[in-house]
Design a protein around this ligand. Structure first.
Ligand SMILES: [Zn+2]
Ligand SMILES: [Zn+2]
Length: 289
């Protein structure tokens, strides 16, 4: 049994379409995850979910689409695709928005607020598909998967996920979008937070992690809730993951600059004597875990 994930949006903060971002992609975060039993989980709902919606409708060929939409948090770049997710406008499909219990009410408020007529012509209540909101258990067992959560360091809070095959518990995908690994006094994390995060990601087959800033950029954006490349590589090495996928690319980072960062990250890993496969999330690419 395997998990299969496809990136539909890889860009952080704001869509960044154009010739210089065409390869890694300009849409904000969205990942399609299929379990070994072909259940559908959607991780985050940035503008990438618009293309996913069209693809799902084509593949469904008239049959109902059922999915859990698991959100890391309600920041704009993680929910702004929802009003453009076509399956929500057709009766017969079923979507359940999922989040940790403490974030669910705020999440529903944010989704409704971005579909009020002052900012968008169609209201959330006018959606034709069946829509639910349901809190995630600390360990959630669903159709072909088991999922655990971890609190991240991000203004307003965000949640990371470890998702594994439902029976074996391995191999695992760890999805951490919007997380600041560097030091900042603004977070109330317990002193051992980093060790806990290393344990959370331990031996993952694939770690997808926020990689927003270079070291120089980071010094101007400390406390904004994102990580510099060096810290992400160190986390992956300390956790012994097999593959690291850089994610939530800075909107100003060109394809050439992302490629340069991959090379710099690989050098950092090899300087530490480690063998770690490092890639960057690109729209349309699929990984099996
Ligand atoms: Zn974000
Ligand atoms: Zn955020």
């Amino acid at each position: 049994m395997t998990l299969t994930l496809t990136f539909w949006g890889t860009r952080g903060s704001v869509p960044a379409p154009g010739a210089s971002t065409a390869y890694f992609g300009g849409n904000t975060p969205c990942v399609e995850l299929r379990t070994g039993t072909n259940a559908l989980l959607i991780l985050d709902a940035g503008t990438g979910i618009r293309h996913l919606g069209r693809s799902l409708l084509e593949r469904a060929n008239g049959k109902p689409i059922v999915a859990d939409i698991i959100l890391s948090h309600a920041h704009w770049d993680h929910i702004q695709g929802i009003p453009f997710f076509a399956p929500l406008y057709a009766a017969g499909h079923e979507f359940t928005f999922r989040s940790v219990p403490g974030a669910l009410v705020g999440l529903e408020q944010a989704l409704r607020a971005q579909m009020t007529t002052s900012v968008f012509p169609v209201t959330f209540d006018a959606l034709q598909a069946q829509v639910r909101f349901r809190a995630l258990n600390e360990v959630e067992r669903g159709d072909g998967y088991a999922l655990k959560t971890v609190a991240l360091r991000h203004p307003g809070g965000a949640t990371g996920y470890r998702i594994s095959d439902g029976n074996s518990g391995a191999p695992a995908l760890v999805y951490i979008s919007d997380n600041e690994l560097g030091h900042h006094d603004g977070y109330s994390s317990a002193p051992g937070w980093r060790n806990e995060l290393v344990s959370f990601a331990r031996d993952a087959s694939l770690l997808v992690h926020d990689a927003m800033y270079t070291a120089d950029e980071y010094e101007r954006h400390r406390g904004w809730g994102h990580s510099r490349y060096e810290d992400v590589v160190d986390l992956a090495l300390d956790a012994g993951v097999q593959r690291l996928v850089l994610y939530h690319h800075h909107p100003e980072r060109s394809d050439a600059a992302v490629s340069e960062q991959i090379a710099a990250c690989q050098k950092r890993a090899s300087d530490r004597g480690a063998r770690l496969e490092i890639l960057a999330a690109a729209e349309g690419t699929t990984f099996t875990v």
